[in-house]
Design a protein. Structure first.
Ligand code: ATP
Ligand code: MG
Length: 397
């Protein structure tokens, strides 16, 4: 069928895209699909009715285009479609060729008359084509759970015919929900939290805290690998590498060991918030889940929240470790996350940190620290790294 044009036909979750935001969501989705498939053999990206089409240069590029489209949030499902002249007899003549290599005992035809000017309605096309395919193959029509579904989209200038559905993640196109600042450790949880927010249409910027040179650079390298991986969903990312060592040194001189973690955390949040504001991000994201470790109690969460004006969102708050690990495997971050590293949060902390931090105590402990100056110093020594995906698509900035 080399003579037929091929398209990837992308469908969104209609409900998510209803209302006055739809044109803007569709524009963003199209822009993201265009960027995601750069260099993969897509000639044109176009908008149809409740769908987006990507015209392929040839059949060979389908596997690569398929794997790229799969990671674009806002795509619920998609298909490889053949583009045929808008003529039912012509379609029938092509049918043996289109069905070649497919064995099935039951089938259904699902026609969508996107162009209402077509003289037959979708029910009539279903019946006419159904009878034809039945005669041709001997298979039976079965509306529920057939072996194959033959989709026919009646477009203004052509029929689009397709079969196999590829499921994608759904969600919203990255960018439509604004920007968030993700506190990214090298661990399992925070990359999953980032992924979930990106799936809700948020563009993520990443902040990683390190205690270099008190420890080695392994956690920074892991954070960079994780950001590179996650950038497949948003095409460009910035990772801010912020130093915590000087702050930690000051905290251990004045605060009791049990309060160190919560104090570190408040500084991390302040620095993240400052970076977020500079970049017009509207919320801070962490990978915390309730009760997972001693520091993640409701009391400690309240004390940490008090250090920021911005909302701190914790998408994993109600998930347990096993669920998060499974998500991390699916997302593809798990193997990087479990590599050994030297994490700043494990530095100078006791076996049993405070689980019910008290705000008055925390505020008193911070009184002897020059908080603003410590934050300013850390910000001045924060490095930024830029990531792009597909890796060669965007120039380094
Ligand atoms: P994770 O698996 O994401 O490391 P965790 O279970 O190890 O989480 P904590 O170490 O208590 O939990 O960290 C809680 C959250 O604080 C993390 O999910 C992350 O959002 C943030 N965080 C922890 N360490 C860092 C770090 N070095 N840099 C940036 N954020 C961090
Ligand atoms: Mg961790």
């Amino acid at each position: 069928m080399e003579d037929l044009k091929l398209h990837a036909i992308v469908k969104t979750h209609e409900l998510a895209l209803k209302g006055k935001n739809r044109p803007w969501f569709m524009r963003k989705l199209i822009e993201n699909l265009r960027t995601a498939t750069k260099g993969a053999g897509v000639e044109r990206v176009w908008q149809g009715q409740l769908m987006v089409g990507l015209t392929l240069s040839d059949e060979e590029c389908w596997p690569e285009v398929k794997s790229r489209i799969k990671e674009v949030f806002g795509v619920a499902k998609f298909y490889k479609a053949y583009d045929l002249p808008r003529d039912l007899d012509g379609l029938k003549a092509r049918m043996p060729q289109l069905l070649e290599g497919r064995s099935f005992e039951t089938f259904r035809i699902t026609t969508n008359r996107a162009d209402k000017r077509f003289p037959m309605n979708s029910e009539e096309v279903n019946r006419d084509l159904g009878a034809f395919v039945k005669d041709l193959t001997g298979a039976q029509v079965k509306l529920k759970d057939p072996d194959i579904c033959i989709y026919v989209d009646i477009q203004p200038k052509s029929f689009l015919v397709y079969f196999d559905e590829v499921k994608a993640h759904g969600g919203l196109p990255v960018g439509v929900s604004g920007k968030v600042a993700v506190m990214l450790s090298g661990g399992i949880d925070s990359p999953v939290a980032a992924w979930q927010m990106m799936k809700r249409g948020c563009q993520a910027m990443f902040v990683h805290f390190h205690s270099y040179p008190l420890v080695d650079r392994t956690s920074m390298e892991k954070a960079a690998d994780l950001v590179q991986h996650l950038t497949r969903h948003q095409y460009e990312s910035n990772l801010y590498l912020a130093p915590l060592a000087e702050i930690q040194k000051k905290i251990i001189l004045s605060a009791p060991p049990s309060y160190r973690v919560v104090l570190y955390r408040r500084f991390m949040v302040r620095i993240t918030e400052a970076l977020a504001k500079r970049n017009r991000a509207k919320a801070i994201i962490t990978g915390e889940s309730c009760g997972q470790v001693a520091s993640q109690t409701l009391e400690n969460i309240a004390v940490v929240d008090q250090s920021a004006d911005m909302p701190i969102l914790r998408p994993l708050i109600g998930s347990n470790k096993e669920e998060i690990v499974n998500m991390a495997r699916d997302i593809g971050t798990f193997t990087t996350s479990i590599l050994p590293d030297q994490d700043c949060c494990t530095l100078f902390v006791p076996k049993h940190p405070e689980t019910k931090a008290d705000l008055d105590t925390v505020l008193r402990l911070e009184e002897v620290l020059s908080v603003d100056e410590m934050v300013r110093d850390a910000l001045e020594n924060t490095e930024r790294r830029h990531f792009a995906s597909p890796e060669a698509a965007a120039p380094a900035r």
